[in-house]
Design a protein around this ligand. Structure first.
Ligand SMILES: *Cc1c(COP(=O)(O)O)cnc(C)c1O
Length: 390
């Protein structure tokens, strides 16, 4: 009998009961606006997230995409400015750059799925800002990356949508560059439906981002606000681009952030079970994780030898309930797109990235799967690989 997997790949775990209780309290109070609530859940979330990441300042906002746009604005990026970014990432990243009128300069991605540092070095003279996307949680050699950027006076914004709680050599992702941006959207590491977090050690950048996010004159109520003296330098100069987080989302997120280390351990158990099952299959390669990388295995990627055989392999797996995303499609599919689909970005030649994307398979690792589920998935993938990739 052919084994079939029946669980959905897009089901989340329920919101923790303590978060639901806190959310109900917020609703009973009617005080859903962060600047109307005393005490504020959003301000408390900012204090807790700053402590968790070791940052001087944190700001809670409406989405991960908003966080990146806010970071770009705070760094003074405007119309026509070049911004370096990964040639492979999710659409909100080039979207955030395009939204401020700036021009994405795409950097090649290697077989390790990280930004390619030789290409970054070659393109470094072209821009003053790098929007670094730790796409699918793969972290580049951060000391070398920062050395390249420091040598060229490039400010680094980290897109940590897939690396909340990850690190390189023990130093948290999001804390290497000038600004770290996180998403709290349902498919990331914490779930408030929509939401974003920003961290920085720079008081001026923090003040600018708080003002940008729409603090009216109440910025002192932010959880980790810089001093009045710092705000005085930027008040009036920053446009109000409203993108605040509300009390309900912060109430839901605080218990989840406290649970995150335990959740990361659960993700990595599942990731390792899948990785072991996927190793040494015909025509497929797992991505070896560097020893310095403290990753969160919330998704797993494989590279196939022969792009021509991928559609048949995906169809074989899908017929048995196992979902792969493929980055080699001619058109954007769901969350999966490539730089060729971003018509708002000037077309750029990325032969190395294209060769990787043509072979790249991607799978979510939901926490609603247990280790037995991972074993079933591994068996099905092994059988289908033997069938169509040999
Ligand atoms: C989800 C995501 C974002 C942005 O998050 P939103 O909260 O959906 O705006 C940014 N970068 C990457 C790589 C993402 O996957």
């Amino acid at each position: 009998m052919t084994e079939v997997f029946t669980k959905p790949f897009i089901r989340q775990e329920p919101i923790p009961e303590s978060a639901i209780t806190a959310a109900v309290e917020v609703m009973r109070s009617g005080a859903l606006h962060r600047y109307g609530a005393e005490p504020s859940q959003v301000a408390a979330l900012e204090i807790e997230f700053a402590a968790q990441t070791g940052a001087a300042h944190a700001l809670a906002v409406a989405s991960g995409g908003y966080a990146m746009g806010c970071a770009l604005r705070a760094l003074g990026v405007g119309p026509g400015d070049p911004v370096l970014t990964n040639g492979w990432t999710l659409a909100p990243v080039p979207g955030a750059i395009a939204a401020v009128g700036a021009r994405p300069v795409l950097v090649e991605v290697g077989r390790d799925l990280c930004i390619e540092l030789d290409d970054l070095e070659a393109k470094a003279p072209q821009a003053n800002v790098l929007m670094l996307s730790h796409m699918r949680g793969h972290i580049a050699d951060m000391p070398r990356l920062m050395a390249i950027c420091d040598a060229h006076d490039i400010a680094v914004i980290e897109d940590c949508a897939h690396t909340m709680s990850a690190d390189w050599d023990g130093h948290p992702s999001g804390r290497w560059g000038a600004i770290g941006c996180y998403s709290c959207q349902t498919y990331k590491h914490v779930n408030s439906g929509e939401g974003g977090l920003i961290v920085t050690d720079d008081a001026d950048l923090a003040a600018k981002m708080i003002l940008l996010s729409g603090s009216y004159m109440l910025y002192a109520r932010n959880g980790t606000a810089p001093s009045e003296e710092v705000f005085a330098r930027h008040k009036g100069a920053m446009p109000n681009v409203s993108g605040r987080m509300d009390e309900l989302r912060a109430a839901i997120l605080r218990p989840q952030l406290a649970d995150l280390p335990a959740q990361v351990a659960r993700w990595n158990e599942r990731y390792r079970a899948l990785e072991t099952g996927f190793r040494n299959l015909p025509g497929l390669h797992v991505i070896d994780r560097p020893a310095s990388e403290g990753y969160v295995g919330s998704s797993i990627q494989l590279l196939a030898d022969d792009p021509e055989k991928i559609p048949g392999f995906i169809a074989g797996c899908a017929a048995r309930g196992v979902d792969w995303k493929w980055f080699g499609h001619a058109t954007a599919q769901g969350f999966t797109s490539s730089h060729h689909h971003w018509a708002y970005v000037e077309a750029q030649s990325l032969p190395q990235t294209d060769a990787v994307l043509a072979r790249l398979l991607d799978m979510r690792v939901p926490l609603t799967f247990d280790l037995a589920d991972c074993a079933i998935i591994a068996r099905i993938v092994a059988e289908e690989a033997a069938e169509s990739l040999r």
